[in-house]
Design a protein around this ligand. Structure first.
Ligand SMILES: [Zn+2]
Ligand SMILES: [Zn+2]
Length: 279
């Protein structure tokens, strides 16, 4: 399979990564990846330990420097993954508006003071029944989708990463009403769903989001996806994209999208990736 793009990558400008950005670019050229996007974390909750770590000026000047060296060899994109929380809209606007991001991923990582996408956040689930824990998460994803800040809905069902250890395998059909609302909003707001392969390496056994959610997306008319490995080190760069893309293709032959200054570009169909191979 050709890996045409990886639009979800973390580098040393994210609190939870130490990776040298240039290494991803060198590997991308080796692997024939045509579109590479750095989507470092922007965390804006003042009580979050990651708050204030991201420095726009440093991230952008590093990007510009690397783009001078690599920009004629591949499409190198400047992006961010913002942790959405209701009430932080003003800070989010200040953090992203007026900056030349090619796209911004909206992700829900924090609920009730817990970082639910990380092991330290498992306290969120303790003492909660499954419905309460998951519904709260999806309500915040819906709010995130309703804002006009983001081009991409990041790892839509990441709540299952640790939720599954409390409640068993995640079944999206139990939350179909709210998930359908999220997906309808995604389409209405001209956003795109991310196929994020990191679930495979995180012990979830599948990509984010699940096939069931991708079926719902297909059924409400969603056609566009982006592909990301959510690597925080080059060791995980591109990991399990094959498996994630195959699962998505088994649901529908979605359009693979990339962005240029927040404008969508339709690259190909998922099935086209299997007709091609990387150089
Ligand atoms: Zn994330
Ligand atoms: Zn990420």
């Amino acid at each position: 399979m050709k890996i045409i793009e990886d639009l979800h990558i973390h580098t040393k400008f994210s609190k939870d990564s130490k990776e040298d950005p240039e290494k991803y670019l060198v590997l991308s050229l080796e692997r024939g990846i045509e579109y590479l996007g750095f989507s470092d974390h922007i965390d804006l909750d003042p009580v979050d330990k990651d708050y204030g770590y991201y420095k726009y000026d440093e991230a952008f000047s590093s990007y510009k420097e690397l783009n001078d060296s690599f920009g004629d060899k591949l499409h190198f994109l400047f992006a961010a993954e913002v942790t959405y929380q209701p009430g932080l809209e003003e800070s989010i606007g200040n953090a992203i508006n007026g900056h030349p991001y090619d796209y911004v991923i909206g992700s829900v990582h924090r609920l009730q003071g817990f970082t639910i996408s990380g092991l330290k956040g498992i306290g969120y689930f303790e003492g909660k029944d499954e419905f309460t824990a998951y519904n709260k998460y999806f309500e915040e994803v819906l709010k995130m989708a309703q804002t006009d800040f983001f081009q991409i809905v990041g790892h839509l069902d990441v709540i299952k990463r640790y939720g599954a250890t409390f409640y068993g395998a995640f079944d999206a059909s139990k939350y179909s009403r709210i998930i359908q609302k999220i997906l309808l909003t995604t389409v209405e707001k001209n956003m795109v769903i991310e196929i994020n392969s990191s679930g495979f390496r995180q012990g979830v056994g599948e990509q984010y989001p699940s096939k069931k959610i991708l079926e719902m997306y297909r059924d409400i008319g969603g056609r566009e996806i982006i592909i990301g490995s959510d690597a925080h080190t080059v060791n995980n760069f591109g990991a399990y994209l094959d498996e994630a893309v195959k699962n998505a293709l088994s649901v529908y032959d979605f359009d693979v999208i990339t962005f240029d200054k927040k404008k969508k570009i339709n690259l190909c169909k998922l099935s086209d990736l299997f007709a091609l191979s990387n150089t």
